[in-house]
Write a protein that binds this ligand. Structure first.
Ligand code: PHE
Length: 350
């Protein structure tokens, strides 16, 4: 009987040593196959007596069952191991961040321009766009700016090719030429009503865009933004400018804790003229007057250049700096950051 125990033990050992299902099948053949050790033992029973056959047969059967059980257990173990290995190989690391497409966003100054357009839009202002390469007429002459005005010098204005000596082309130094361009279009559209005395619908427009001056430091960039505002009608006064601009500032900065000051100033195209300063009553900027726009009642000569009778039509204009407004809103202290294109700076506004 020891012999049977030895066979069972050696079968268990070979099964344990089989590292793959194929090796296990080979090991099985050695014991249970056609010429395997157990099969040989069965064959050897032919010569035994009936009595011996019974006891021997029972013992061999038991041993065979033990071997089959060991085989089944090893098969299961190998299958488990294989499954485990496969799971490991195909595992998903759910803690890894997914592959994302990086999302772009609007430039902070563009955000400000959108805001300005939305706020003035809600107050009935149209939005107009105009060329950045202007003529001397629209940028200066039509705006009542004299020939010898310092703003016309090469030190302040970028002149570009394409014009004539009498009418040079230049990069617009402000958005004010849009006052003339837009008003002329408006007048053309409503000429019949103006001519027959009925009068035209009011001009109420803002014109945001890029402007250029020969200037560069922490608070000046050769390219910067402006937004022009113009309101012309038969009964538009400085009071309306104050109301409109105060409402704009309070909405833009989301604060009623803010006061405005109209500081007397001079522009050739407005009379009287004022710089508009704002002051926050609370918060990090509290207590300082901050200049945000130039403004004034549109000069009669300019109204005339719009094609309108200054005795009948009157109104105001303003020009503000969206770059400056952006700096104040977000607490940015160097204008150049807006134009460096550094993604680390820009992505903070998304
Ligand atoms: N164009 C002026 C500037 O650039 C601002 C301004 C616009 C002033 C409209 C009065 C009226 O400084």
């Amino acid at each position: 009987m020891n012999e049977l125990n030895d066979i069972v033990a050696s079968a268990a050992q070979s099964f344990a040593q089989a590292a793959t299902p194929a090796e296990l099948e080979n090991a099985k053949a050695q014991f249970l196959g056609k010429s395997g050790r157990m099969t040989e033992l069965m064959k050897g029973m032919a010569a035994l007596s009936v009595e011996d056959k019974k006891t021997r047969g029972a013992a061999i059967n038991q041993a065979k069952q033990a071997i089959e059980a060991a085989l089944a257990a090893r098969r299961q173990a190998l299958a488990n191991a294989e499954l485990q290995a496969q799971l490991q190989a195909e595992a998903l690391d759910v803690s890894l961040p997914g592959r994302q497409r990086s999302q772009g966003g609007l430039h902070p100054v563009s955000l400000t321009l959108e805001r300005i357009e939305a706020i003035f839009g809600s107050m009935g202002f149209e939005v107009a766009q105009g060329p950045e390469i202007e003529t001397d007429w629209f940028n200066f002459t039509a705006l009542n700016t004299p020939e010898d005005h310092p703003a016309r010098s090469m030190h302040d204005t970028f002149y570009v090719e394409g014009g004539s000596a009498q009418a040079p082309n230049l990069l617009r130094t402000h958005t004010s030429p849009m006052q003339i361009r837009h008003a002329v279009q408006h007048v053309k559209k409503h000429l019949a009503a103006i001519d027959d005395g009925a009068g035209m619908p009011e001009i109420r427009v803002i014109a945001p865009g890029r402007t250029y001056r020969v200037d560069s430091d922490a608070t000046h960039s050769p390219m910067f933004h402006q937004c022009e505002g113009l309101w012309i009608g038969e009964n538009v006064s400085f009071k309306d400018l104050k109301v409109i601009f105060t409402a704009f500032c309070r909405t833009f900065f989301e604060s009623d804790d803010l006061v405005l000051r109209f500081r007397p100033s001079f522009f050739p195209f407005t009379e009287p003229s004022a710089e508009i300063d704002i002051q926050f009553v609370s918060g990090p900027l509290a207590g300082r007057w901050l200049e945000v726009a130039g403004s004034g009642q549109v000069h009669p000569n300019v109204v005339r250049n719009m094609g309108l009778d200054p005795e009948r039509y009157i109104g105001f204009a303003f020009g503000m700096g969206p770059d400056r407004l952006t700096m104040l809103r977000y607490g940015v202290n160097d204008l150049r950051l807006f134009f460096d294109g550094d993604i680390r700076f820009l992505s903070q506004f998304q």
